[in-house]
Design a protein around this ligand. Sequence first.
Ligand SMILES: Cc1cc2nc3c(=O)[nH]c(=O)nc-3n(C[C@H](O)[C@H](O)[C@H](O)COP(=O)(O)O)c2cc1C
Length: 176
Amino acid sequence: MIDKQTFREAMSRLAAAVNVITSNGPGGLCGCTASAVCSVSDEPPILLVCINRSSRNNAVLKENQQLCVNVLRADQEALALQFSRSGTDVAERFAGTGWTEPQEDHAVDGAPGSPMLDDALVSLDCRITGSAEVGSHTVFYCTVEDTRFGAPGPGLVYFERAFHAVPASDSSDDQK
Ligand SMILES: Cc1cc2nc3c(=O)[nH]c(=O)nc-3n(C[C@H](O)[C@H](O)[C@H](O)COP(=O)(O)O)c2cc1C
């Protein structure tokens, strides 16, 4: 078996979209940057999000049972950093950017819904419908209940430990 450092080095060559995961509910408001987000099934629509078990966000997500995946644009690198700095409090993370509270009917048991980033490429409002503890991380299985599309534009990916812009295709207007 390879060691942790070798694995991390290998993963640095696997480019991934950058997202801000938000959540609100009985456990309170939380948010963090995550690139470990992947489509699982299109019928029903399910995606997965992997969150480190040592992250403060992990326990809050388990309590809230809902989250929103906000897919970042190329010019939102600063926001990705704001949501990844260890030790920063929740208010600091959400400051300086526009957020929308989703409709009440998307919330779990009348609790506040997960904030949607106003200028995301797309936001996916989800209910957490399963999870698995896998090594250092929890894999959250999330059923998508609502989506909000922003204007098409370049995306943000993380590759070789740095942020990069991925240009939008000319036809991205037609792909919605
Ligand atoms: C580009 C990027 C991608 C990240 N992806 C993940 C991820 O998929 N899962 C995760 O648990 N942490 C990920 N992190 C780290 C978390 O954002 C960070 O550990 C967390 O916000 C720390 O806050 P906390 O310790 O207060 O919970 C990523 C960070 C960056 C910069």
